[in-house]
Write a protein that binds this ligand. Structure first.
Ligand SMILES: Nc1nc2c(ncn2[C@@H]2O[C@H](COP(=O)(O)OP(=O)(O)OP(=O)(O)O)[C@@H](O)[C@H]2O)c(=O)[nH]1
Ligand SMILES: [Mg+2]
Length: 582
């Protein structure tokens, strides 16, 4: 018997226990069932086998539908009425494990470890209904000192056709546990899907399978079982037919009882091979189940990751859009830097001249006429600033709306197995309360304003330092004081779009004065660079806003998905399981 590394199995049990599927996703129930099967198969068979000695006796489980005569057959093998039987269906409620006193040590703590072990005191115990909420399932242990029955552990089990999920799990656990299965069928039940499926599973799990046709079947039924049903299972199986016995006597000396006992005790021959086959079958089935679970977890994770990364892309796109928008806007913040530079050097700025020239970038002729006529309104500058911030506000609103719509579409668009779960994630996110929406925008504007203030501060200092370091510039600045306002306007024009018609209109004197300043700072490129940096920083603030207001509300609702480390470990365990079965 090749045993797996117990630590590996313990880790696998841990990881399987932690496997969780996205709520409401497609086939969630199916995968929850696979998980339960895998966890039980691991616990009941692989972990048990990892602690079981090589010489331990094989387990023979008597299974079948209700009322077919399992307990009766159990008693025939033992030769006494140790198991309670009844004409009423679903009589046996809990398994009875029948083992020789000296072999009970082989059923250590990891034998049916999730079950309570109860000593069988009264033969009617297994037929008693356990009280509601009794906790774990239980099995009864009955030891004997019969040397003729030594070498196998016999299990009488409840039926396999209960409608209760818990009972069906018990039946499945016992199937997982078995090294050999004695499947009891009757003429009425032998062809039921449930019976056929059970026997097929026993074969797939590489258990030694014997089908016992009980209660005296007619010849055509017997040959149907022997020639059609059993060969159709796709593996080796054995067949035994029992005659109809009016009042079954456990100790009958009819020949069939000896045949039955011989068949049930047969696993004693070549027990090691038998157990190795059952263990290999369990391992290969566990590999299949874990493989499916891992594939599903990967799928879920991939879909969740995809949604998350698409959310990031939407936020990035919003930032880029805003960056383009700002790049195309006049660069007022930089103008403020120059205003402060001039103040630093106590150079008066004629506001209307200044404004006139600044406004000229887009509206050359109108503003020029205003400039020369001196009729530029005193609050023009504020009007422009307000217009600009209104435009900005509208843009941000638009960007947030676009981003929100795009983000909320993502779960639906990028989910397949998670499709059914997706609507719940975006539920209620489509339209935020207007107050909330405005609050989000105001928050952004406050942050943007504060960022501008800091930026103007820094840039002013840098430009003052620049001029201080170049005495020639200072001199130039002083000598052109009178025309500086015009020169400044030219500078502004240059920064926001390069030279235009103003180059000609303003004249060469101002141009000559401003030129060295621009050149000392690094030329036109320098100003383009600081504008780019400023715009980038502002666009990042917008990205933060999209992140907080649009991305996080969805991302926070997305299920975590399996942790990559756990998935990795499950993959490793899977490789081990597959290696050992190949
Ligand atoms: N006449 C006759 N009755 C049988 C035979 N085998 C079993 N029975 C009867 O069928 C009924 C059910 O038998 P059990 O052994 O309790 O059946 P079971 O499969 O253990 O049933 P549950 O534990 O309820 O799932 C009992 O009344 C048995 O006496 C048989 O070969 N001939
Ligand atoms: Mg029974």
């Amino acid at each position: 018997v090749t045993q797996a590394d117990p630590t590996l199995l313990a880790t696998l049990a841990d990881d399987l226990g932690a496997v969780a599927f996205v709520v409401d996703a497609d086939a969630e129930g199916h995968f929850a069932q696979l998980k339960s099967r895998a966890a039980r198969l691991l616990d009941v068979k692989l972990r048990f086998e990892a602690t079981r000695g090589d010489a331990a006796p094989p387990l023979v489980v008597i299974a079948g539908g209700t009322n077919v005569g399992k307990s009766t057959i159990f008693n025939w093998v033992v030769g006494e009425a140790v198991a309670s039987s009844s004409p009423l269906a679903r009589h046996t409620k809990a398994p009875t494990v029948y083992v020789h006193k000296e072999e009970v040590a082989d059923l250590g703590g990891s034998f049916l470890s999730s079950y309570d072990r109860l000593r069988l005191e009264d033969k009617s115990d297994p037929a008693r209904e356990r009280s509601e909420g009794a906790g774990a399932e239980a099995y009864f242990l009955l030891t004997h000192t019969r040397d003729d029955l030594r070498g196998v552990v016999l299990v009488d089990s409840p039926d396999i056709d209960s409608t209760h999920a818990r009972n069906r799990e018990v039946a499945e656990d016992l199937l997982f546990l078995a090294d050999a299965v004695l499947f009891v069928a009757t003429p009425e039940k032998y062809n039921d899907q449930l019976c056929v499926d059970y026997m097929r599973q026993a074969v797939e799990l590489r258990k030694r399978l014997t089908c016992v046709l009980n209660k005296g079947a007619e010849a055509p039924v017997a040959s149907d079982v022997r020639e059609v049903l059993l060969p159709g299972l796709g593996g080796e199986s054995h067949f035994l037919e029992l005659p109809y016995t009016p009042n079954p006597d456990p100790a009958t000396d009819a020949a069939f009882r000896a045949d039955l006992a011989a068949e049930v005790l047969q696993p004693r021959e070549g027990a090691a091979t038998l157990r190795a086959a059952a263990l290999a079958g369990a391992r290969s089935e566990l590999a299949r189940l874990v493989g499916e679970l891992v594939a599903r977890q990967r799928e879920e994770l991939a879909e969740l990751d995809r949604i998350r990364s698409e959310v990031t892309l939407v936020a990035d796109a919003g930032r880029d859009d805003y960056e383009r928008f700002l790049t195309n806007m006049e660069f007022y913040e930089l103008d403020q830097v120059y205003e402060r530079v001039l103040k630093e050097f106590r150079i008066p700025v004629l506001d209307h001249v200044y404004d006139g020239i600044r406004g000229a970038i887009g509206f050359v002729s109108t503003n020029f006429s205003r400039l020369v006529s001196g009729r530029a309104p005193a609050d023009k500058r504020n009007v422009k600033l307000e217009a600009r911030s209104e435009k900005d506000r509208l843009k941000i609103k638009e960007l947030l709306g676009t981003a929100r719509a795009a983000v909320n579409e993502l779960p639906e668009r990028h989910s397949q197995v998670l499709r059914e779960a997706a609507p719940a994630w975006v539920d209620g996110l489509a339209t935020p309360e207007p107050e909330e929406f405005n609050r989000q925008i105001d928050t952004f504007i406050e942050r943007a304003f504060a960022a501008s203030e800091r930026w103007i501060e820094v840039q002013t200092r840098e430009h003052v330092e620049l001029i201080e370091k170049h005495p020639k510039l200072k001199v130039a600045l002083k000598t052109v004081k009178g025309v500086l306002q015009i020169g400044f306007g030219l500078l502004s024009a240059k920064l926001t779009g390069g030279f235009g018609p103003w180059d000609v209109l303003i004249g060469t004197a101002a141009q000559a004065a401003v030129k060295p300043i621009i050149e000392a700072a690094g030329g036109h490129v320098h100003y383009q660079t600081i504008k780019t940096d400023f715009v980038k920083e502002r666009a990042e603030l917008l990205r933060d806003l999209v992140g907080e207001s649009v991305a996080s509300p969805l991302v926070d609702r997305l299920p975590e998905g399996v942790s990559p480390e756990r998935l990795e470990r499950l993959g490793v365990a899977l490789d081990h399981l597959r290696e050992r079965v190949s």
